[in-house]
Design a protein around this ligand. Structure first.
Ligand code: ADP
Length: 532
């Protein structure tokens, strides 16, 4: 069933009783009503006068089906009342419950089903009067529903708790059904005669049936005038089907077990099952929507957590480098001071390096913030050679500590780029730090070659080749995923940050195997369009 257009205040739950029907719903209801009319025309013809045989199990089967349908519908509607607390819903749910219960004495008193004139000591008239009361009650509840729906907003909602309200309605309905059954069956002899014999009706029946049809029509008109919800729409179809049923059961043959009488029962069954079907359809749709909303919410939360994780991990990752440098420089300064004759020049240099690294940490934090803040990036014109030299200066100590030979081959005539120098420097520092780790974990020659050149498409390309352990085949794509690491204390954020920085500069970063056994990282950045 297609979801109707929703015209419900945001704080109200979506239910059949307060969701407006969409165009597909209206079309479907119209089609069902048309099908009813067509069936009416077909079944009200000459054929409906034909008197058929009495099928003994028909009434109990029909009655049980109606009882079960109406009861389930009542339970579902009582549930909707518990959610929305609308008095109107309480009225219609009670209506369904009442009509469900009324089926029981109707079945039991039906002549010839359980006893020749019915159980409960009934005579011939009881069944008919129970039928009349049942078919008068349902439109009455529908009318109450429409009037309560439009009641003063202060009175529209049930103020107390739902449980006692539902229980009271159930108890009152059951009591009324019992009392009505007792009165009707006990007073059978005094009731105006609707049945002449177990099969044929009197002319009074035509009069009563006309009143019932008129009563159902009034309910239909009120629903039509006030229709707002999916429930209103389908109740309209239901009361139409009720009216058709009463017509077919009474007019064409004026007798039980005529073809028209059987056809009327089919209408009765269909009308009883309609709202139940729509309720079940709506509940399934709403459930599916709820499920997808919950899943979407969960995904969104996970994404947010991922971003949170990514931000904190990247801050930790990026800040570690300058912090290590600050500690190393400060230690170096202290050890120069501890000399018998403190070497103040070296101390000064160490302190300068502390200041530089401190500033670099400050800039990194600022950059991470701007990196995660969309649309707040400041780009300048820069020379990639300068960025490479600055990056090498940052990791110089570490390179020396691991006795790594660095070969630099920079094309000094490269066009300038447009970008964020600190971010690009971070890319280089990360790549160099990874190369150092890869070479530190392996014996043999340790050479880091850095080259800058123009690639075939006119972008500036930086190549960094090491003689480390290389990338495992099959991991060349995964190493760029956040949190992917093969190191005991790695965070797996470096390469993912590098790639996102390069891509934010409209470039690309990739890795391949080096002929010397290590890894070759390459990245490109387009040249500055303003100066090229
Ligand atoms: P981390 O350094 O914290 O592990 P990275 O994202 O920087 O995170 O790197 C992810 C993984 O990629 C590393 O754990 C390592 O296995 C691999 N890797 C990165 N650079 C190199 C390299 N130059 N040589 C070999 N493996 C590398």
């Amino acid at each position: 069933m297609t979801m109707p257009a929703v015209l419900v205040p945001a704080d109200q739950p979506l239910t059949l009783a307060n969701v407006s029907p969409g165009r597909p719903q209206k079309r479907l209801a119209f089609a069902v009503a048309l099908a009813f009319l067509a069936a009416l025309v077909l079944s009200a013809g000459e054929l409906s006068n034909i008197q058929l045989r009495r099928i003994d199990p028909f009434v109990p089967i029909y009655g049980t089906a109606i009882f079960v349908n109406d009861l389930i519908t009542a339970v579902l509607l009582f549930n909707q009342f518990a959610v929305l607390r609308s008095r109107a819903l309480l009225a219609i749910s009670s209506g369904y419950f009442f009509t469900a219960l009324m089926v029981i004495p109707w079945m039991l008193t039906f002549p010839g089903v359980f006893a020749p004139t019915g159980l409960l000591g009934a005579g011939l008239q009881s069944t008919n009067w129970l039928y009349v009361l049942r078919y008068a009650a349902f439109p009455t509840f529908v009318i109450a529903y429409t009037l309560l729906k439009d009641a003063d907003p202060a009175e529209r909602l049930w103020k107390g708790s739902a449980g006692p309200a539902v229980l009271s309605c159930v108890a009152i309905s059951a009591a009324v059904v019992c009392v009505v059954t007792i009165i009707v069956t006990a007073g059978d002899a005094y009731l105006p005669r609707i049945s002449i014999d177990p099969v044929h009706f009197s002319a009074l029946w035509l009069y009563l049936a006309s009143c019932l049809i008129a009563w159902n029509s009034l309910a239909l008109i009120l629903l039509w005038r006030r229709q707002r919800s999916v429930l209103d729409l389908w109740l309209m179809v239901v009361v139409s089907a009720y009216a058709i049923e009463i017509y077919l059961v009474s007019f064409p043959g004026l007798a039980r077990f005529s073809a028209g009488w059987y056809a009327g029962r089919v209408f009765g069954f269909v009308s009883s099952i309609l709202v139940l079907f729509v309720l079940l359809g709506e509940i399934t749709t709403l459930y599916a929507q709820l499920l997808s909303a919950v899943l979407a919410q969960r995904r969104e939360r996970e994404a947010r957590l991922m971003t949170g994780d990514a931000v904190s991990a990247s801050i930790a990752h990026e800040i570690k480098q300058p912090l290590t440098a600050i500690i190393a420089s400060a230690n170096a300064g202290l050890s120069w001071l501890d000399h018998v004759e403190p070497d103040l020049d070296n101390v000064r240099n160490a302190l300068r390096r502390v200041v530089t690294s401190g500033r670099s940490a400050d800039v990194i934090i600022e950059n991470i913030r701007t990196h995660f803040k969309v649309g707040a990036r400041i780009r300048t014109s820069l020379d990639i050679g300068d960025v490479i030299r600055d990056a090498l200066a940052v990791v110089r100590d570490k390179l020396q500590a691991h006795r790594i030979v660095v070969t630099v081959d920079l094309d000094e005539h490269l066009p300038r780029l447009r970008g964020e120098p600190v971010q690009l420097q971070q890319v280089l520092v990360n790549l160099i730090a990874n190369a150092i780790d890869a070479m530190a974990s392996k014996n043999g020659e340790r050479v880091l070659s850095i080259r800058s050149e123009l690639d075939h498409s006119g972008d500036v390309m930086v190549t960094m080749e090491d003689t480390g352990k290389g990338i495992e085949p099959g991991a060349t794509n995964r190493i760029f995923n956040p949190m992917f690491t093969t190191k005991a204390h790695g965070m797996g954020m470096g390469l993912s940050i590098c790639r996102s920085i390069v891509e934010a500069h409209e470039g690309q970063l990739w890795v391949s195997a080096s002929e010397r056994g290590g890894a070759v990282f390459r990245f490109t950045v387009p040249v500055d369009p303003l100066v090229s």
